[in-house]
Structure formats: C-alpha cells, structure tokens
Design a protein around this ligand. Structure first.
Ligand code: SF4
Ligand code: SF4
Ligand code: SF4
Length: 811
C-alpha cells in the first residue's frame, strides 16, 4: 500500500484494520548528517577490504590439506587440486578463518545479548550516559550503525543487526556458497568489525547497568593473585566472562554481611568485571547506588585463564560458578574429583548437569554440600549467586574433613609419583612450552624441587603431559605441591578496568599521535598463554611505556602483567599512571572492553580531526590506517575470540603482531616492500598518487620471539602522516630496540627517512654517512641536508588517504 500523508479522524472510518509499523522516533539531535554506510551489509565495505588486501597480501599457513566439512569428502586439497564442490586450498583456508572469526564474534555478541536482556530485566531501561568527559559515547555504534543510543534499549537494534549479519556470513561457509579466498577474507573482516561492535555494546551495557568506571584513569587498585584468597574463609570462584551471576553473589554477600565468611575470586574476564562494579559516576537507582557503592573492590582477581588448573590443584576454591567463554570444559571433571561443587549459570555452558533453576535454594545447596551431585545448572543469576555463596560457606568444613582424610597430594605421594617416572619423555614432546618435564620430575625424585619452581610460571596448565604419561603421574599436582608457598604468597595489585577513553584525553593526545611525537598506541590484547607469555607481556608493556608510548591492556594480559614488580615491589599499575597518554598504562577492562581501543582510534579521527564518524566506517578506518600510529599485540592468544579481535582491529586500519604459535590461526596479512605499486597513496589535497614508505608495513604479523615482536611493533607505528619530529622519535625507538635486542641497526631503516630531520639525533652523522656511502644518497654536508635518495620528500601538508571520495580538488 502506498504511504498516505495528512491527518485522519478515526471516527470517519468504518471496517478499517489499522496496522502500526515501527514508530518513528523524533528526529535525533545530531549535527552530523547520515554517512554513506549505515548498518553496512556483507558487500558494502568490500572495496575497503580489497584496498587492505591489495596492500597486505593474504598469506596462508594451512594446518590441514584435507576438507571433511561435507559428506562428499574427505577431499584432498594439496597442490592445485580442488574439492568435489570445486573449492581450492586458498578458499578453504579463507573459509576456516571466517568460521573462526565468526565463533569469536558470536561469543562476544551473544554475551552482549544476554546482558541486554538481563540488565533490562533487573534495572529497567536506563539512560545511556557516559559522563561529562565522554560525549562521543559509543564510537563503534555511531560509526557502524549511524545511531546515537540514548537508553539501553537503543542497543537492541544494533544487536539485531549483528545477529542478522552473522547469520548471513555463516551461510557463506556452507558448501557451494563463496568460492574465492579474497571474498572469504572480506567476509572475515566484516565479521571482525561486527565483533568489535558486539564487544562495545556488551561493555557499554554493563558499564551503565553496573555503574562501572567511565574512563577513570584513577580506577582503584584491586587485589590480584592466588594468595589473595583468604583460606580462613570459604572461597567462591567465578569463572568466565559474564558477570551476571557473579555480581549477584557479590550483592548477596553484601546484603547479608558475609564478606568475613566468604571471599569471591574471579578467573578470566569475570574477574576483571567483578572488580569494576559500582565504581563509576553513580548508579541512577539511588538505593542500588547507596547499597553497593565500591563493592567491586571487595572482589579479588584469582588469575588469568592459564592459571585455572593450577588453582584447582593448588586447593584455591570451595565452590565454582561458571558462566561463559574460555571455561575449560573439564572443569566439572575436576570439580567432581576434588569435591568442589560447581554451578553453571549460563545456557551456553551446562555440562550435562541437571537444571535446578526452579528448585528452592536450600534444596539445591543441600544436594551440592552433601555431594549428591557434582554440580547444577541455575540460570537465574540472583538464585545462582545465593546458591554459590551458601554452598561455598556450607561446604568448606566438609571439604576440610575430606582433605584431611585424602589430601590433594601428600609428601609421600609426591615422592611416590616422582620416583615412578621412567624418564620416557612422552610428556616433553607434547608440552607447548617444551618444558623438559622428565628432567624436572627426576630432579624432584632426587629431592631437588627447584626445577618444579622455576618452570611453574612457564607451564600453561594444559594438562597434556598428564594425558600422555604412561605412569599416570599427576604432573600439575607435583607442581602445586612444590609451589605451595608461592601459591600462598602470590599477591599483587592490578588497576581495575577504567572503561572508555575520555574525549578530553583524546584532545590532549590527538595532535602528538597523528604527528608522531607520541610514538604510538600499544594495545596489549588477548591472553598470555604462551611459553613465558605472562612475563613477556609485562616486558612488552614495560618496554613501550618506558619509551613514552601510550600502552593499553585488557583481559588476561592485564592480569598476567600484574604478577611482576620492580625493585621497589611495585606492579606496573603502581609504577605508571593509568591515563591514555604517553608514559601511561591503562587497563581498559575485560575482553569486551577491547572495543574502547577501537573507539579511541575513531575518536582521534572525529574529535581531533573533525571527521564525521556517523555511518562512515571506511573513511574513519582510512584515517586510522594513514595517520594514527597504533599497533595491537596478542602474545599467546589461543581462542577464536582473539582471531576476531585482531581481524576487527585490522579492518579499522590497526595492525597486530601475534606470537609464533598463532600461525595456527592460519592467516597473516603481509606487506611486500619490493612491490612499489602496493605503496601508492592518494594525496587528498589534489588526488595525486604518492609512492610512500611502507607505513605500516604489515597488517597481521607472526613474530618468532618477544624481541622480534617489540621491534616489529615499533615499526608498525610508523604512519605516512608523521611530521619530521614524530618520524625522528619513531625511528629512534625502532633503531634503539634493534640495537638493544639484536646489537645492530634494522636493515630497512633508510626507507623511513624522508628528510635529514627524520634522523635520530644520536646517530644522525653516522646515518648520513651510511646513506651516502652505502645507498648512494646525495648529501649536502655543509647544511647536513639530503639532496636525493629518499622514497619521497617530506611534506608537512601531505594528506594521505586511500579513498577516492576524500580527494578535495582533482588535479
Ligand atoms: S565442502 Fe567441498 S572440499 Fe569440503 S568435503 Fe565437501 S566437497 Fe570436499
Ligand atoms: S600442563 Fe604444563 S607441563 Fe604439562 S604439558 Fe602443559 S604446559 Fe607442559
Ligand atoms: S611421561 Fe611420565 S614417565 Fe614419562 S618422562 Fe614424563 S613424567 Fe616421566
């Protein structure tokens, strides 16, 4: 039916059925016109993706040459062979990458969807306010959806959009759909962008609903480490990423004044989110605000994901509540074995347990405390929280009795197990960090526990060694026994997640970042499940914060880097301020808070450079790629979520470095410096094409060592827009890191020199000599000026872009 305009009186009508469609809201107060791409669909930003991939070539490292995804298979895809459906190896790899990125994306978006329903149920529709210093308040929602949310309900259509796109993208992986690897990668980049959007929605909902810090650089320091859990109390561990049930346990402890009887420790991102509750600008519900103000500081961070099995073997818990994401699926096996009742609180993880959601609390607690069942499902967060606290308190004495009769591991057992080792080395072959476990166990049998102590931190707790040991030696239990003092004393401080970057901070750092005088933003994301990952993520953070970069961390890596101190016993959070500024380190929050780092990039473009972000994704991404020196690192990431996080950063123009085991992700985006045509950039002033230095050189790079990682990160912060002083600072750090860790200059330093004032002061003379003698550049020695040689001349007004519509006046 055609639309009718004008006014109608209802009494004039007879036998009329009236269908009211969506009620159009009043016109939004937003001075920005709608951009070109609101709610982009799969193909909308394909041109932008192709621009990225034309410069950063897709490089695959297949784990498997066969496909078994449909019953035509198995198909051999080696060489130039194609599967029965016609797919070739490259497209198959692209398909697997897309599936992995979708897994990560759905984990975050489904988390947001659960919080959306739960928070609306619990708190009603709250106003969406981020405080006076954050006016660009949902940068990804604005840039992708083109809307400005005013209340929590406004995030509903955004989640609908993500879910619809995910459904379309997953359909593309069915046999007989997409068949080209570049298009699979474009779809993966789309999924990465959706992932960033889902994360932003998740975190903004919980920030508002639970009154978490909104850009607070002085967010409280909270307790972190297994030793912070008080063994004199019952210990409830909440494990996963979704705080709904865990927060209710905290509220129950607060309401019933039980904190002297119970400690609540979190594992993985639930840990970080517990410690953010009610530390913000004040909850709009006054009663809630008064009751729970700063309750987050009472929760403890037990540890990151890699410490889970060490905590179980270290006897660090009386009761477990699991929610969603990155929960080891054998948690219930351990729970049963060690008599630790488990409560599953989210539909995504139910572990075959009975659903007791509708049963009375005391009956559930009685069954758990008397070990009639190892665990239960309780999907009502309020009830789950109460069950968790009551069970932990009631089961603690029972578990103590059991432990007395059957301790976790006694001295005699320790000796017996250690002496039973046949030194077959089966364990060593499967150990990801290549610990020489046989040697370590043999030393223990001889009474030397030092190797068990010195390798404890390197162990990522995967339990593969135990699974292959023919003697069935519980190697993690040997570790726990030998390190019981360390476990007791593992106590550190971590800054609670601060949430988004404030507009005022962006105003302060925008110019120095774009000109390069703040050499870059280092985003430390993902988990440190890599040999030495925990220590090395601290080393990476320390290296760059010391050098004046802006360092931001999230999730498990923020927790892991808290385990190290300087000579004064201070953790990195105590050593440096928590602002978004040079020589600062901020803990933005949990996995979903990663979105605020995308948001910071968007805000540089919109607040500092005045670009319209509204439904204008490729323009903003182009600005970030060309002008904002930033680089992410996932040093030990294992999950599909890390794949989607990195891919989302890549679509927004932010490169990332990952550790060598991440070659398992199968795909890198690598620049080819030998291909001149790949590095042509448009000058937006007149549309001319300029051959630029490769800045940044790669989009997704796998580093072999932490030293190579740091060198590459410094390099990936170069941008075409750097002014001379900024380029000089970036080149200084790049060369200095190379000298520090490799004892020589990086071989490609000359390609980043455009002008003599780009040269680091301390090497200027020598560099000019080398440019003349080795590379044949013409030098005017009187003026110490470069006359010829560089890839391009430095030009302070150069306005680099990759998008034709940004050209202001065509030549
Ligand atoms: S999806 Fe294609 S390549 Fe894979 S098993 Fe089926 S026919 Fe073979
Ligand atoms: S549990 Fe630790 S020691 Fe055993 S294989 Fe895994 S990393 Fe190696
Ligand atoms: S697999 Fe078991 S028996 Fe073999 S070396 Fe390792 S710990 Fe010893």
């Amino acid at each position: 039916m055609d639309k009718m305009e004008g006014s109608f009186a209802v009494e004039d009508m007879q036998n009329v059925q009236i269908n009211i469609g969506a009620v159009v809201k009043e016109v939004e107060e937003w001075d920005q016109p709608m951009g070109p791409f609101p709610y982009p669909s799969i193909a909308t930003l394909r041109d932008w993706d192709f621009k990225i991939m034309n410069r950063y070539k897709v490089f695959y490292s297949p784990i498997c040459d066969r496909c078994t995804l449909c019953t035509y298979g198995p198909c051999d895809l080696t060489g130039n062979k194609r599967g029965a459906c016609g797919i070739d190896q490259a497209a198959q790899q692209g398909r697997i990458v897309l599936i992995a990125v979708l897994m990560g994306c759905t984990a975050h978006a489904a988390h947001g969807r659960h919080l959306y329903h739960w928070c609306l149920d619990k708190f009603g529709d709250l106003p969406f306010k981020m405080g006076d210093e954050i006016l660009v308040d949902a940068p990804l929602v604005r840039t992708i959806a083109g809307i400005k949310p005013k209340t929590l309900k406004d995030f509903g259509p955004v989640l609908n959009y993500v879910e619809e796109q995910v459904s379309q993208l997953l359909a593309c992986t069915h046999t007989g759909q997409e068949g080209n690897y570049v298009d699979f990668e474009s779809k993966a980049l789309h999924a990465g962008m959706l992932d960033s959007l889902g994360k932003e929605v998740s975190d903004l909902i919980q920030i508002v609903a639970y009154d978490m810090p909104r850009g607070d650089e002085d967010a409280p320091l909270v307790e972190c480490g297994m030793g912070t859990l008080d063994k004199n109390k019952a210990i409830l561990i909440t494990y996963g990423h979704n705080l709904a049930g865990s927060a209710e346990a905290m509220f129950y402890a607060e309401d019933n004044k039980l904190w002297d009887k119970v400690d609540i420790g979190g594992v993985c991102c639930t840990a970080i989110d517990n410690t953010r509750i009610c530390e913000g600008i004040g909850h709009p519900d006054k009663e809630f605000n008064d009751k729970y103000r700063m309750v987050g500081t009472k929760a403890k961070i037990a540890g990151a994901i890699g410490w889970w099995r060490k905590m179980v073997r270290g006897d660090c818990m009386d009761c477990i509540m699991v929610d969603e994401q990155c929960v080891w699926t054998d948690a219930i096996v351990d729970a049963e074995k060690y008599k630790i009742p488990l409560i599953a609180t989210n539909e995504k993880i139910m572990l075959g347990l009975p659903d007791r959601t509708n049963d009375p609390v005391d009956e559930i607690v009685d069954d758990l405390v008397n070990f009639r069942m190892p665990g239960v499902v309780v999907l009502d967060p309020v009830k789950a929280g109460e069950v968790g606290i009551k069970t932990a308190i009631a089961v603690k004495p029972k578990r103590a009795e059991i432990r007395e009769a059957d301790p976790f591991i006694s001295e005699e057992e320790f000796k017996k197990y250690a002496e039973s080792c046949t030194y077959c080395h089966s364990c060593q072959f499967v150990c990801p960090p290549h610990i020489k476990i046989g040697d370590v166990v043999r030393a223990a049998a001889e009474g030397n526990l030092e190797p068990l102590s010195s390798t404890y931190e390197i162990c990522v707790g995967c339990r593969r060694c135990e699974q292959v040991c023919p003697q069935e030696i519980p190697i993690l239990s040997l570790y726990a026994y030998a390190n019981r003092d360390y476990i007791r004393n593992q106590k550190f401080k971590m800054r609670a997640g601060r949430g988004p970057i404030k507009d005022t901070e962006i105003r302060r750092v925008g110019a120095p970042l774009v000109l390069g005088t703040i050499p870059g933003v280092i985003a430390i994301i993902g988990c440190g499940n890599y040999p030495n990952g925990t220590k090395e993520c601290y080393d990476i953070a320390r290296e760059f914060v010391d050098r004046g970069f802006i360092v931001a961390a999230t999730g498990c890596m923020a927790m892991d880097m808290s385990l190290y101190t300087d000579a004064e016993g201070k953790t990195i959070w105590e050593q440096f301020p928590g602002g978004f500024d040079g020589r600062n380190i901020c803990n933005v929050g949990s996995c979903v808070s990663n979105a605020h780092l995308h948001g910071a990039g968007i805000k540089v473009a919109t607040i500092f450079a005045g670009r319209n972000e509204r439904a204008n994704y490729d323009d903003i991404a182009d600005y970030i790629l060309s002008k904002v020196g930033a680089c992410g690192v996932a040093w030990g990431a294992y999950s599909q979520k890390a794949a989607s996080i990195a891919t989302g950063f890549n679509r927004l123009g932010v490169p990332a470095v990952v550790q060598s085991h991440s070659v398992m992700y199968r795909r890198a985006f690598l620049g080819r410096t030998d291909k001149k045509e790949d590095w042509e950039i448009i000058d937006a002033r007149d549309g001319s094409k300029v051959y630029c230095e490769p800045a940044p050189e790669h989009m997704l790079y796998v580093a072999e060592s932490v030293e190579e990682c740091m060198l590459m990160m410094a390099k990936l912060c170069f941008r075409p827009s750097d002014n001379n002083s900024g380029r000089m600072i970036k080149l200084t750090h790049y060369c200095d890191i190379s000298m520090k860790y490799f004892g020589c200059m990086p071989p490609d330093w000359p390609i980043y020199v455009r002008h003599a004032s780009d040269l680091p002061l301390k090497w200027k003379e020598d560099m000019l000599k080398e440019l003349e003698s080795k590379y044949g550049w013409e030098i005017d020695w009187k003026r110490k000026a470069i006359l010829s040689g560089p890839i391009r001349k430095s030009d302070v007004s150069f306005d680099p872009t990759n998008i034709e519509r940004k050209i202001r006046t065509k030549k």
